[in-house]
Design a protein around this ligand. Structure first.
Ligand code: PEP
Ligand code: MN
Length: 272
């Protein structure tokens, strides 16, 4: 049987992903992505971008198109949100990560976004995966809420099979019977992925834990088990956030987290 493109048997060395000449992940480089769940205003995104950059983040996240559970919840600023992210990039130099939810928006993402996020709800939206891969930008593929590791890797295969090798897997917790956490962070998926695949894998402790106090311990565990990066929600006023405020760190909390994970990053022989 043909070995899949994601497979370690097909490609022995870890994949290193670059933007231009710059290595962004792999080769012991930890990708630190931080920012609000949703872009809400110019003042909000610029302030957060400056603060997370000072703490050591190298990418700014921010949702402009939001896949919300309720149709009555804030759906994102759409193109305006992408423009505000671009302003924040101009001010700070941080590259942009944002989630695409529809094929219709592909040209906007080509124009404004450096790394495209496919959210958990769209992990198996195969048409979206195929079309997005054509942009040849790095893609963060989040694990589906109820997806097995095999299903997740096969979703990555759709992107690789279109000729885009720049896939970053993102473990963001899966749904279990537990209700004390928003999802259950499946830390075992990191060494499993490392065995089965050459693709880099990052962890999202924000959507896994769902509450502020869980973000730092989950981040430490993720680094210690060998992940290649962290995507963390940070908001300058979490209590007023239009989405995911409960799990959003303040910039000061994010700064502390960055300081506190440094020794672990060193022990793992990695660098930001
Ligand atoms: C997000 O990153 O804000 C998000 C919606 O994440 P997920 O797709 O993992 O739920
Ligand atoms: Mn969110």
């Amino acid at each position: 049987m043909k070995k899949e493109l994601f497979s370690r048997e097909n490609h022995k060395e870890d994949t290193i992903i670059k933007i231009g000449n710059e290595e962004i992940i792999g080769n012991n480089k930890i990708m630190m992505i931080a920012g609000p769940c949703s872009v809400e205003s110019e003042e909000q995104i610029i302030e957060i971008a400056k603060r997370v950059k000072e703490s050591g983040a190298n990418f700014l996240r921010g949702g402009a198109f939001k896949p919300r559970t309720s149709p009555y919840d804030f759906q994102g600023l759409k193109e305006e949100g992408l423009k505000l992210l671009t302003k924040a990039k101009e001010e700070t130099g941080l590259k942009i990560v944002s989630e695409i939810v529809s094929i219709e928006d592909i040209e906007l993402f080509d124009k404004y976004v450096d790394v495209i996020q496919i959210g958990a709800r769209n992990m198996q939206n195969f048409d979206l995966l195929k079309k997005v891969s054509k942009l040849n930008k790095p893609i963060i593929l989040k694990r589906g809420l109820c997806a097995t590791i095999k299903e997740w890797l096969m979703a990555a295969e759709y992107i690789l099979n279109e000729g885009n090798p720049n896939v970053i897997l993102c473990e963001r917790g899966i749904r279990t019977y537990e209700t004390a956490t928003r999802n259950t962070l499946d830390l075992s998926s990191i060494p499993v992925i490392k065995k089965l695949s050459h693709l880099p894998i990052i962890v999202d402790p924000s959507h896994a834990g769902g509450q502020k106090y869980l973000i730092e311990p989950l981040s430490k565990a993720a680094i210690a088990i060998g992940c290649d990066g962290l995507i963390i929600e940070v908001h300058n006023h979490p209590e007023k956030a239009l989405s995911d405020g409960e799990q959003s760190l303040t910039p000061t909390m994010y700064n502390d987290l960055c300081q506190n994970i440094k020794p672990l990053i060193n022990i793992m022989n990695k660098k930001i």
